[in-house]
Ligand binder design. Structure first.
Ligand SMILES: [Mg+2]
Ligand SMILES: [Zn+2]
Length: 269
């Protein structure tokens, strides 16, 4: 099933919270964060918060410790491992930062399941302070999308992924996300792709109100258990459809098709 590309948002999709808020709250800096939020872009604020926390003698180990307690639904890791074992190409597309994401994926033992992490770069400086850099350097130029925050338009990254996977002969894409920033890339998905918005989250509302703008088929999910069920059934469905189009009887006889394709939840909008 190496023809399938799965693109995961991270915050509130793989993990059940926003990692930026989780770290800020976990290190006791919520008030300062809320005070500074109206004064600068979110991504710049996270870099500022890391500097402030470092000045308060919070260490990288403190950050890692908070990250190790991040809530995640118990079915998400098995879902990711299954999709990887089935041969899908898993990628992350997130407006968090590389340090948070890699730390958590390593803690969860699933870093190897992802071929790529597209997110805001980060590094630990000589003083041991975590620094967070915008994915798109908006000080030198705008990325040109008015829908998205200045540091990242996920559409532009998704387009790059589409171009590169098409060269590798990969055809079908499934995108999972919850946030406002996941709406823009959902519009770039093509016919035959699948969008999996988290139900009752901002991207789901936007999609419900703009259903006609999407070419991808839409399958909602509410929690990690549904994420796992829907995702594995979609992988199965794609596998089945691709086998029919290739007229591959061996694939059609494969026992993987015992998964009940017909029970995939049909969206109600
Ligand atoms: Mg998210
Ligand atoms: Zn955009």
């Amino acid at each position: 099933m190496d023809g399938i590309v799965l693109v995961f948002d991270f915050d509130k999709t793989i993990i059940d919270v926003d990692s930026d808020n989780w770290v800020v709250d976990g290190l006791g800096a919520t008030d300062l964060f809320n005070q500074l939020l109206p004064t600068m872009p979110w991504n710049t604020l996270m870099d500022t918060m890391m500097k402030k926390l470092h000045a308060q003698e919070k260490t990288i180990q403190d950050v890692e410790e908070v990250l190790s307690r991040t809530p995640i639904h118990p079915r998400v890791v098995p879902a990711i491992k299954s999709a990887h074992a089935l041969g899908c190409d898993l990628r992350i597309l997130s407006d968090a930062n590389l340090f948070f994401i890699e730390t958590m994926l390593n803690q969860l033992g699933i870093r190897h399941c992802f071929s790529e992490i597209n997110t805001n770069p980060s590094y630990v400086d000589d003083e041991g302070c975590l620094r967070i850099v915008p994915y798109h350097d908006f000080h030198s130029s705008s990325h040109g999308c008015e829908r998205c925050p200045p540091n990242m338009c996920k559409s532009l990254i998704l387009e790059r992924i589409q171009t590169s996977v098409e060269k590798e002969g990969k055809k079908r894409m499934v995108y999972l996300g919850d946030g406002i920033g996941d709406f823009c890339p959902s519009l770039r998905l093509k016919e035959g792709d699948f969008m999996m918005p988290r139900k009752d989250y901002p991207v789901w509302d936007l999609i419900c109100n703009n259903r006609q703008l999407l070419k991808a088929e839409i399958f909602e999910w509410t929690d990690g258990e549904e994420l796992e069920n829907v995702l594995l059934q979609l992988i199965n469905k794609i596998y089945y459809e691709e086998s029919i189009s290739k007229n591959d009887n061996n694939l059609l006889l494969d026992c993987k098709f015992e998964l009940p394709i017909a029970t995939i939840k049909v969206p109600t909008y």
